[in-house]
Design a protein around this ligand. Structure first.
Ligand SMILES: *[C@@H]1O[C@H](CO)[C@@H](O)[C@H](O)[C@H]1NC(C)=O
Ligand SMILES: *[C@@H]1O[C@H](CO)[C@@H](O)[C@H](O)[C@H]1NC(C)=O
Ligand SMILES: *[C@@H]1O[C@H](CO)[C@@H](O)[C@H](O)[C@H]1NC(C)=O
Length: 193
């Protein structure tokens, strides 16, 4: 009982902190797949990543957090063509530390899948539409041939994005520019739910 109450209190404090931070900072860290994290979808939930992606609105400055067992999986960013054909060769970005943060830096489409052969075919793949700064979205079925399929992931732009995003639910999101320690504390609290 006491445990339950103190957890509630911690959650409440974390929530307050997030509200506070969100008045100044509007970048979000999204945990890909939520509770399912990053892995081969189960047969009961084959469209987990499509559904997850449709549920959120992503903007430049946000980040995608992929969690998976590093010995069994990885994340690669690929072109649209490679995404559609499950071509794992020459990915744009390869991450395999099990706890990978991808920083979204520009609007358009982003494509991810697993670097492990066979996983892409089993629908472990994620397509993200990043909104323009003015809030315009690309329609879900937008033909991306007119746009560069990818954007470089490198510059870390947290804290410098003037945006007014209210896209994510506070408890599913993180202010990306919080000091790492605070972020970790909140992650632990939320992860403990
Ligand atoms: C996920 O998406 C698929 C197809 O897009 C749909 O059939 C299914 O009902 C969705 N599941 C949930 C839980 O929304
Ligand atoms: C995204 O930003 C975080 C925090 O600044 C950094 O640790 C991480 O390596 C970045 N990710 C990529 C793919 O550059
Ligand atoms: C938003 O910005 C994009 C890219 O600059 C532009 O193509 C689009 O027309 C803009 N939408 C609105 C509603 O201003």
């Amino acid at each position: 009982m006491a445990n339950f109450r103190s957890t509630r209190c911690q959650l409440f404090c974390a929530f307050q902190l997030l509200l506070l931070l969100q008045t100044q900072v509007t970048c979000y860290r999204y945990k890909v797949g939520d509770l399912d994290a990053w892995g081969v979808p189960t047969s009961a939930n084959r469209h987990v990543y499509t559904n997850w992606s449709n549920k959120h609105q992503f903007r430049a400055g946000d980040s995608l957090w992929f969690l998976y067992p590093p010995s069994q999986d990885s994340v690669i960013q690929v072109t649209e063509e490679a995404f559609n054909t499950c071509n794992l060769k020459d990915p744009i970005l390869y991450m395999n530390d099990g706890n990978s943060l991808f920083n979204i830096t520009s609007p358009g489409k982003l494509y991810f899948t697993s670097g492990v052969p066979g996983h892409c075919e089993k629908l472990q793949k994620l397509e993200i539409s990043v909104l323009f700064a003015n809030g315009s979205a690309l329609p879900p079925s937008y033909d991306t041939s007119a746009l560069p399929a990818t954007s470089p992931a490198y510059p870390t732009v947290f804290g410098s994005i003037p945006a007014a995003s209210s896209a994510a639910l506070p408890l599913q999101s993180f202010s990306a520019s919080i000091a790492a320690g605070v972020g970790l504390a909140i992650a632990l609290i939320c992860g403990g739910m």
